[in-house]
Design a protein around this ligand. Structure first.
Ligand code: ZN
Ligand code: ZN
Length: 411
């Protein structure tokens, strides 16, 4: 039988990851994380990286059985610990100029049947220890990207009615299409796509809205935007001037909300798959930028743990606009994976903001980011609030209302 994952397209994805996603520079080291199931893609990427002149490529692999063994057999105290030395090492690597590539695509439901208290504690410990590395990522101290591997367990979850072969083939083809590597010159297609996204972000920047107002079923949310916010889309420039595409795929145009100026209520339009738990039908209410009420019909305990991570976990660090006409949205598939689902719908993120989403943000100290309304937290979790039933208005600095999206489409 044929491989469910087209080897030509897989190689093209690896090439796009290195040339477009990372824009890896000659002599640059690369730190790569992936599930072991993604080894074929790890190998393709490593080859393209060395052909592009990489210094040293260091892969760090994770395994489902190894992860589960911890939840089944590790001592209870150990769930507040994490491999801080590893994350410190990653931060040191970025300081030395290494690029960062993550391959997403493990089983999103891996931890669904484990103790939510342990999952929450382990996630929190990991988030805390990862802070120095994450700060360098969110500040674009180095070039980084995320691409996806069509993992068999993930494919089964996305297409439970198909046999394993058909399910993996369907997921692989969806990943290749969304990543714009399904045919033609993928690198040129990404250039055209980045130009289109650039036009959207330039328009929004020109408007310099004070607030975005989302309305629709179960949603009436005003998201104040940070002072001096900047809209970003597609390619992002690092502090050192390297243009990288941090997400493959990417359809969003996003900026930094003001952490104190968010009010109203909002309902998630898709389930949130968070580190092995599916959180469904999230509904939250904001007062003065802070979540004061949060509900979910499934996974509520994990959601509450997430919100209790730190003070900033109850405030927004990102707001993003994605049209309902995006190719991922049109595929009609629910991926249970933020990299894909966040590019199918407008969304907000709890937690850490991106300093790059400010004019002059690359040179801004943390306290200046905070003064302008940028949020700080050990987490950054996107969840979807857009659909073909959501309208978005921009409110100008003078209080004038301008239609931005109607029924999920750009006006
Ligand atoms: Zn986003
Ligand atoms: Zn985000």
């Amino acid at each position: 039988m044929q491989d469910p994952i087209d080897p030509v397209k897989l190689d093209r994805l690896a090439e796009v990851a290195v040339k477009v996603g990372l824009n890896l520079q000659p002599g640059q080291d690369l730190v790569l994380t992936a599930p072991v199931s993604a080894l074929p893609l790890v190998r393709r990427i490593t080859e393209h990286a060395y052909k592009a002149g990489a210094g040293l490529v260091t892969p760090i692999l994770s395994d489902n059985e190894v992860t589960l063994a911890r939840y089944r057999h590790a001592h209870d105290d150990s769930f507040d610990a994490s491999a801080a030395w590893l994350y410190d090492g990653m931060a040191a690597a970025y300081d030395n100029g290494a690029a960062r590539l993550a391959i997403a695509g493990g089983d999103p439901m891996l931890l669904a049947n484990e103790d939510p208290d342990k999952v929450g504690r382990a996630n929190k410990a990991m988030s805390m220890a990862y802070t120095p590395a994450r700060e360098r990522i969110t500040r674009f101290a180095t070039n980084w990207t995320i691409v996806a591997w069509p993992d068999a367990d993930w494919a089964r979850l996305v297409s439970p009615d198909l046999d394993d072969y058909a399910a993996q083939r369907k997921l692989a083809d969806a990943i290749f299409a969304a990543s714009r590597v399904d045919d033609g010159d993928a690198v040129a297609r990404w250039e055209a796509h980045n130009a289109e996204l650039g036009r959207r972000s330039a328009w929004l920047d020109g408007q310099n809205f004070s607030t975005l107002h989302f309305t629709g079923p179960g949603t009436d949310l005003e998201v104040g935007l940070a002072d001096g916010h900047k809209w970003i889309a597609g390619a992002t420039e690092t502090a050192g001037g390297i243009l990288c595409n941090p997400n493959i795929p990417s359809e969003e145009v996003f900026t930094t909300p003001h952490k104190l100026r968010v009010k109203g209520h909002v309902s998630a339009t898709k389930p949130l798959s968070h580190q092995g738990t599916l959180i469904e039908n999230i509904q939250v209410r904001f007062e003065d930028g802070r979540i004061v009420e949060a509900k979910a019909t499934k996974g509520e305990k994990v959601l509450q743990k997430v919100l209790d991570t730190d003070e900033g976990a109850r405030r927004l660090g990102e707001v993003a606009l994605v049209p309902h006409a995006s190719p991922i949205s049109q595929s009609g598939m629910l991926f249970y994976n933020t990299l894909f689902d966040e590019n199918a719908a407008s969304h907000i993120a709890l937690g850490q903001c991106y300093a790059t989403c400010f004019h002059g943000g690359d040179k801004m100290e943390n306290d200046e980011v905070a003064r302008r309304g940028g949020n700080a937290s050990a987490i950054h979790i996107d969840w979807m609030i857009g659909s073909d039933q959501i309208d978005v208005d921009g409110i100008s600095q003078e209080g004038e209302r301008i239609a931005v999206m109607r029924k999920g489409a750009w006006v």
